[in-house]
Design a binder for this molecule. Structure first.
Ligand code: ZN
Length: 277
């Protein structure tokens, strides 16, 4: 059963309503235990102010969004992406984030080389892993639904993400792991087996729902309970790995939840979390 002590809200869920400082205040006022922070909002707020507010409010950080985006058309572009990831790791340290969430990136413009794109992702991960290890910040590869394979992330199943972990992090210390997001993975017939395989590599668990019909590939995620995902079943599989960290509500919803008052969104997240997660 869900317990509000494990509820985190990804600030994208209220990105139209709140900046980071407002989100920290609103979530903690509603007894939400954690927040996942976006780097653009962090830059607007300022790192020092955010760190201070999180400490004052006792809010935990379930993840920093986002690192990744490794592919690039040339070596200079790929190096710039690596440098940006190193910075994200440093920010995650300051915030005490549970992990850096990696949306690994898609095919560079003009290319049709999917296999090569995946090699760039592997190489980029390999380049930042030593810094993450030294900093003590786990890296969570987030496999994205295959509809994003071209433009956002060419890692599209949990099995693929775990293969990368095994290649790069053989010691299995979970310096490198995965973010399990029901929106991206619910359809996979192999999901239960792959979550079991992930074990301690589960570093984050994201929930929302898949609406029928879905009217926008990016910005029409549903509130838990409004769609077709059996969230509690996936939750049971994740629980069985021993994962006991925060569970993050992450809803991009341009035409619905982003248009509602922030407190209504937060209260609905709390209610549905208890009912369906
Ligand atoms: Zn997610």
């Amino acid at each position: 059963m869900a317990d509000l002590a494990r509820l985190s809200i990804n600030q994208a869920t209220t990105q139209a309503q709140y900046g980071l400082a407002e989100a920290i205040a609103a979530y903690s006022n509603a007894d939400v235990a954690g927040i996942s922070i976006w780097r653009d909002k962090l830059a607007e707020c300022g790192l020092d102010k955010a760190v201070r507010m999180l400490a004052d409010r006792g809010l935990r950080v379930s993840g920093l969004c986002r690192g990744g985006m490794f592919p690039g058309a040339d070596a200079a572009a790929r190096q710039a992406n690596i440098d940006d990831n190193l910075l994200a790791i440093d920010e995650a340290v300051a915030l005490g984030a549970a992990c850096v969430v990696l949306v690994c990136g898609g095919i560079p413009e003009g290319s049709k080389d999917l296999a090569g794109t995946r090699e760039m992702i592997r190489d980029g991960l390999g380049a930042i892993l030593p810094h993450a290890r030294a900093a003590g910040v786990p890296l969570a590869i987030e496999p994205l639904h295959p509809m994003y394979a071209a433009d956002r992330c060419s890692i599209n199943t949990l099995g693929q993400a775990l293969d990368l972990c095994d290649q790069l992090d053989g010691c299995h210390g979970a310096d490198l792991g995965v973010a399990v997001d029901v929106y991206h993975l619910w359809w996979d017939p192999d999901l239960q087996a792959q979550i079991e395989r992930a074990g301690e590599r589960v570093l984050a668990f994201h929930v929302c729902d898949w609406l029928v019909p879905t009217t926008d590939l990016l910005l029409d995620r549903g509130m838990m309970g409004d769609g077709v995902i059996n969230i509690r079943q996936i939750r049971d599989w994740v629980d069985a790995t021993g994962y006991d960290g925060l569970i993050e509500v992450e809803i991009f919803s341009a035409q619905n939840w982003w248009k509602r008052p922030g407190d209504e969104v937060i209260n609905t997240c709390r209610k549905r979390f208890l009912e369906t997660v």
